[in-house]
Design a protein around this ligand. Structure first.
Ligand code: HEM
Ligand code: HEM
Length: 235
């Protein structure tokens, strides 16, 4: 077992993880507790759009980011995943510096389901009724995968006696110095946070309840958030 702590997760990846976790919980809370016809429901849609932007940025980082954040570092064959999961229930099973084969598929599934929820949400708020069931299905499937993800993290932590949740905060893990990434990429992290903050603020500030729409900065396109009003008229 290697004894030194090395940098594995860059800062943009860690910020993405915890902002996504908090954002998703808030997004769900507004969907479940504010009621579709309440004025607070807009917060569900606006935060959902921000989560969509974050996923797009994570995909960019999955191609252009540092070693363990890049998708090619955690693309495993299904066979590898199967043998990993088998190993997870036996005494052996190796530790991974980056994402392990078990968590990799959960990560891709979460990103895909998040994307589906955002796209179908936007279709619905623009008046498309057909997307409604897919929106609910992808959102609840997402909850299921998140639950598996958290159980997997706890299981890994107990089995290897390594607090990987803390690693997602500090960025460091036990490993060989040669496997470390050279930088936590603070400038990219700053750009990420600034963009998320700016877009969140503009979506909320440009939200017009009477018109049922908001504006996305840069593109300056109006996003219809009309489902609330229409649904209100129906019932
Ligand atoms: C809404 C809840 C959550 C979502 C959507 C979520 C999503 C994700 C995603 C997308 C990744 C990949 C990170 C990346 O490379 O960008 C990840 C990794 C990780 N998450 Fe979460 N997460 C959630 C909650 C949690 C919680 C509550 C914990 C701690 C108990 C946790 C611990 C971790 C750890 C340790 C990793 C790295 C796993 C590995 O070694 O492969 N996550 N999570
Ligand atoms: C990660 C992003 C999102 C998640 C996880 C999510 C999740 C949910 C959930 C759980 C519901 C309740 C479904 C039900 O039980 O019927 C819901 C409803 C809804 N969401 Fe989202 N949502 C997201 C993004 C969005 C976005 C971006 C929009 C629009 C811009 C949106 C618009 C709506 C609307 C209009 C409803 C009411 C649908 C209905 O039940 O008639 N959502 N969402």
């Amino acid at each position: 077992m290697p004894a030194s702590r090395i940098l594995v997760w860059d800062l943009p990846t860690r910020l993405f993880h915890w902002l996504l976790t908090v954002g998703l919980v808030v997004c769900f809370a507004f969907a479940e507790f504010s009621g579709e016809h309440s004025r607070w429901f807009a917060a569900h849609m606006l935060i959902g759009i921000v989560l969509g932007l974050m996923v797009v940025m994570r995909v960019v980082w999955g191609i252009a980011g540092s070693r363990y954040a890049r998708f090619d570092s955690f693309l495993f064959s299904p066979l590898k995943v199967l043998s990993y999961v088998q190993g997870a229930f036996t005494a052996q099973g190796r530790q991974y510096v980056g994402h392990n084969p078990g968590s990799s598929y959960a990560i891709f599934a979460m990103l895909f389901l998040l994307g589906t929820a955002v796209v179908t949400g936007l279709m619905m708020s623009g008046g498309g009724e057909a997307a409604e069931e897919l929106h609910a299905a992808s959102s609840y499937a997402l909850v299921a995968v998140v639950a598996v993800h958290i159980v997997g993290v706890v299981w890994y932590s107990v089995r290897h006696r390594e607090n990987i949740t803390l690693s997602m905060i500090t960025g460091t893990k036990l490993g060989e110095p040669a496997d470390a990434i050279p930088s936590s990429r603070p400038i990219s992290a700053l750009v990420f946070v600034a963009l998320v903050g700016f877009v969140t603020a503009s979506l909320f500030l440009n939200y017009d309840r009477s018109k049922g729409q908001t504006k996305f900065p840069f593109l300056n396109t109006a996003i219809p958030l009309g489902e609330v009003e229409r649904a209100g008229e129906e019932r």
